[in-house]
Design a protein around this ligand. Structure first.
Ligand code: FAD
Length: 463
């Protein structure tokens, strides 16, 4: 039957499209259903890629602002926001076209339209045409969408979401950002570099509250230096639209602070897209708005799998993709290894960058480890001085008895690239000694990783 498949994947984000490629590579007849005009999901169209395209322009602005220190005079440079947005669109278009090309290359049949489970082994597609697909296995990969606050309904002019913020063609003079997780922090950093006066509001006691506390404190120092204002332990009580923009009342301690700005970005998290996917037609369990799965991404219903932002694991693109690979390999009977989420890196593309893998100091202690810690500041690394990027450090946490590396936390220039070595070290269950004896090229920023490992052993060389 033409519309009978071994695997039907619903949703073409980094979870779904990667699962589809892997399923096809495994020799399974595969279909991918996507309701958006383009393939790539949140990550490619409204997340990872467009934000990093804006960020690249923002960091060019920062570099040009200090180019004089390096003996390079660039008089009269200026931001052309419309061009920034157009370039971002070109980057997104190129990459989404790439995903479509990959589907052709691997022989995945793409159906455009809204996909729904419709009873056991069946998926309907509601698009320009209506289709019913027979599916031996279904992978639900419908991802997540912006979560709004009931008292701050986005109008996408003064009250914006991470989606509408990507389309802003005039930089607001002042911007309040609610939420200091990765998304809020990235936009705060980008728009500060573009010239906005930015204030962040975070309910938890620190910016980037999920990172190691030393990292959070360091980014707070860096933001103070950059004159990005922030309120922590702060709860928004009221948001009012005014003639000039927005008025945000924030409870801090016993008092209330009123912030006025031209625009407000609400970046308080995401919610899983699980409604109208037909989960109830087969009885897929949902708990606290997410689909519980086992280590191979199986739901409670046989032959229905779930991956990405709608399962209770880290909501990150690379995690979604790996979950897709695990699900597709499990369907093909390859007996894949379940993901160890302690080895999945987190990355925040601010200035300076933040990246981490493994346990924070607090979590390591909570899990009963006795630990040793080594830290190396970039200020003592030659390459950082050459580039004028002295902020931040590498911090390594290792088990005291076995010397196994438990966590690596990096804040500083190119942290999101440097973390790859730490991921490999954790995956290989390396010890601090093994990392310290690994030879790092000189002069590179990666020397800070080697030096922090020396620090764990009690003897950094250049600090
Ligand atoms: P999604 O990417 O959300 O894709 C789901 C797809 O399913 C969508 O295309 C949707 O249209 C489709 N869909 C939904 N319902 C249906 C249906 N019924 N029928 C058919 N199709 C349907 N992560 C990182 O790792 N690095 C980053 O730098 C990063 N930056 C981010 C920046 C922002 C502003 C945001 C919002 C997120 C960012 N993320 C980042 C998170 C990342 O985008 C997500 O973790 C990732 O996209 C999740 O992938 P997914 O495949 O689970 O879902």
């Amino acid at each position: 039957m033409a519309n009978a498949f071994d695997v039907v994947v619903i949703g073409a984000g980094p979870g779904g499209y990667v699962a589809a490629i892997r399923a096809a590579q495994n020799g399974l007849k595969t279909a991918l259903v996507e309701r958006d005009k383009k393939l790539g999901g949140t990550c490619l169209l409204r997340g990872c890629i467009p934000t990093k395209a804006l960020l690249h322009s923002a960091s060019l602005m920062d570099s040009l602002a200090k180019a004089g220190d390096f003996g390079v005079n660039v008089p009269g440079f200026a931001l052309e926001m419309e061009k920034v947005i157009k370039r971002k669109e070109r980057v997104v278009a190129k990459l989404t076209g790439g995903v479509a090309g990959l589907m052709k290359k691997y022989g995945v049949t793409v159906f455009k339209g809204h996909g729904r489970l419709a009873g056991k082994g069946r998926v309907t597609v509601d698009g320009e045409t209506k289709e019913t697909l027979e599916a031996r296995h279904v992978i639900v990969a419908t991802g997540s969408e912006v979560k709004n606050l009931p008292f701050a309904t986005p109008d996408h002019k003064k009250i914006l979401t991470s989606d509408s913020m990507l389309e802003v063609t005039a930089v607001p003079k002042s911007l309040v950002v609610l939420g200091a997780g990765a998304v809020g922090m990235e936009f705060a950093s980008i728009f500060k570099s573009f010239g906005s006066a930015v204030t962040l509001v975070e309910m938890m006691p620190h910016l980037l509250p999920l990172e190691d506390e030393d990292v959070s404190k360091e980014i707070e120092k860096a933001y103070r230096r950059r004159k990005i204002e922030f309120l922590v332990g702060a709860k928004v009580q009221k948001v009012e639209s005014t003639e000039a923009g927005v008025k945000v009342s924030v409870g801090v301690g016993e008092g209330v602070q009123v912030l006025e700005a031209e625009a407000l970005l609400v970046a308080v998290g995401r919610k899983a897209v699980i409604e109208d996917v037909g989960l109830d037609t087969v009885g897929v369990k949902v708990e606290r708005g997410l689909i519980p799965v086992d280590g191979l991404m199986r739901t409670n219903v046989e032959n229905v799998w779930a991956i990405g932002d709608l399962v209770p694991t880290l909501a990150l693109a690379h995690v979604a993709s790996h979950e897709g690979i695990v699900a597709a390999d499990a369907i093909a009977g390859k007996n894949p290894t379940p993901i160890n989420y302690d080895r999945a890196p987190s990355a925040t593309y601010t200035s300076p960058e933040v990246a981490s893998v493994g346990l924070t100091e607090k979590k390591a202690r909570e899990r009963g480890h006795e630990i040793k810690v080594g830290t190396m500041p970039f200020a003592a690394i030659a390459k950082a001085t050459i580039a004028g990027e002295n902020e931040g450090f590498v911090k390594i946490i290792a088990d005291k008895k076995y010397d196994e590396i438990l966590g690596v936390h990096i804040i500083g220039a190119h942290a999101t690239e440097l973390i790859a070595e730490a991921c490999a070290a954790l995956e290989l269950e390396a010890t601090a000694e093994e990392l310290a004896t690994t030879i790092h090229a000189h002069p590179t920023l990666s020397e800070a990783v080697g030096e922090a490992a020396h620090g764990v052993l009690g003897h950094t060389i250049n600090f």
